[in-house]
Write a protein that binds this ligand. Structure first.
Ligand code: 25A
Ligand code: L14
Length: 340
């Protein structure tokens, strides 16, 4: 792609994820010709820095995509549902971070370390979906194990940071911690319960089954990205008072036996993974250390002798970076290098 350069639009540029998308485009030296920043009416008049320049934020409308090659969306499901088809009709390829298109059979759901070939399917609707943050980091770590030993079942518990809900939730946790320290009453607007010094077994809406949408994303998206509908998955997703970085405890049952040493070996050469696993020295992945990084960190690898061919591990990544912005920019890189 040495001489090809692209007109890029970032929709939801002023949000937590949108902002980080700009940082990723800059850090990774994405070959941009121009960058257009789009957001809602609330952001009118703002500008954001990109490569040493201030770029004015424009209010998103149906004419925003003229001349744009790739539009990266992170403005929520409603905005994506309405504007992705408009952007695609204007001839640009959409990389969408919302949940709106992920399970559409005509929209590829891509994690570049796992199923980069799926990008080719973008031609059907002009849209590529970026998976849910918890799913992305998990499949990065699981794909090499699945390839070697065939994963049959996953039992997942997550410990998810408030930044997944956006800036307003980061502000809420901060304000609650401060209020408690100063002996003032706790105010809650974003979550139905106090999140400071608490754990909420509740992410996204509840379904009649008793599961949450977030839990079902982990079931359905994992199968779609790993291209194997036979993998059985059950998840409990939990919000914890952490600002950045999702942690996950994953119990894995495989068809073929994997030893702890073999898992380490497979993960040490896996793209996008860093093994952090020296428990004797108190070394294991931590959310505060993953924050700001693009890799997925894996540790606490153990054989689970309570089942046949079981492995336990602890998987941590920055939910705003690998869980959202980094993964979306990596998809745009594949488009730029191979398809546009
Ligand atoms: O549908 P989903 O997938 O479930 O996603 C829902 C929400 O989740 C976040 C994202 O929030 C999204 O809105 N999100 C999605 N995927 C995520 C992921 N993988 C994810 N978060 C983490 N990981 P967000 O806060 O990060 O970003 C929101 C951005 O979208 C812009 N936006 C919203 N509606 C829009 C729109 N842009 C165009 N058209 C629309 N209709 C939004 O811009 C933001 O950039 P903004 O202008 O609405 O907000 C700009 C500034 O204003 C502050 N603000 C927000 N709400 C209010 C507010 N200020 C005052 N009052 C408010 N009510 C914000 O802090 C921001 O700085
Ligand atoms: O990408 O943590 O589907 O509140 C929706 C809810 C991202 C995170 C998605 C949260 C998400 C989110």
């Amino acid at each position: 792609m040495a001489d090809k350069h692209f007109n890029i639009a970032v929709v939801g540029a002023t949000g937590a994820v949108g902002n980080t998308m700009l940082a990723c485009l800059e850090e990774r030296n994405f070959p941009t010709k121009s960058v257009r920043l789009l957001a809602s009416e609330r952001s009118r008049g703002r500008s954001l820095p990109f490569r040493g320049e201030q770029i004015a934020v424009e209010v998103l409308d149906k004419n925003s995509f003229e001349g744009v090659d790739i539009a990266i969306f992170s403005a929520g499901g409603g905005t994506s549902k309405e504007f992705s088809p408009i952007a695609a009709a204007a001839g640009c390829v959409v990389v969408d971070n919302s949940s709106a298109w992920r399970m559409d059979p005509d929209v590829p759901l891509v994690v570049p370390e796992v199923n980069p070939h799926a990008v080719a399917g973008y031609t059907k609707k002009g849209i590529i979906a970026n998976p849910n943050c918890s799913t992305i980091q998990m499949v990065v770590a699981l794909a090499p194990l699945h390839k070697e030993a065939v994963i049959e079942r996953l039992v997942i518990s997550t410990y998810q940071a408030v930044s997944g809900t956006g800036k307003k939730a980061v502000d809420e946790l901060e304000a609650q911690v401060k209020a408690i320290a100063e002996g003032r009453p706790v105010e809650k607007k974003v979550y139905p319960h106090q999140i400071a010094y608490n754990c909420l077994p509740h992410i996204d809406r509840f379904l009649d089954s008793g599961y949450t949408f977030e839990e079902m994303k982990m079931v359905n998206e994992t199968r779609k990205i790993m291209e194997d509908d036979s993998i059985r998955v059950t998840a409990t997703t939990v919000r914890v008072p952490v600002f950045y970085g999702h942690s996950e405890s994953v119990n894995i049952q495989t068809k073929k036996k994997l030893t702890r040493e073999r898992v380490w070996e497979l993960l040490k050469t896996a793209p996008g993974v860093r093994v952090v696993d020296d428990p004797a020295n108190n070394v294991y992945p931590l959310a505060i250390e993953a924050a700001g990084q693009d890799l997925t960190f894996v540790g606490r690898v153990r054989e689970d002798d309570s089942i046949e061919n079981g492995i336990n591990m602890w998987i941590v990544a920055d939910n705003i970076r690998k869980g959202a912005a980094t993964n979306a920019v990596q998809i745009a890189e594949i488009l730029a290098e191979k398809y546009l």
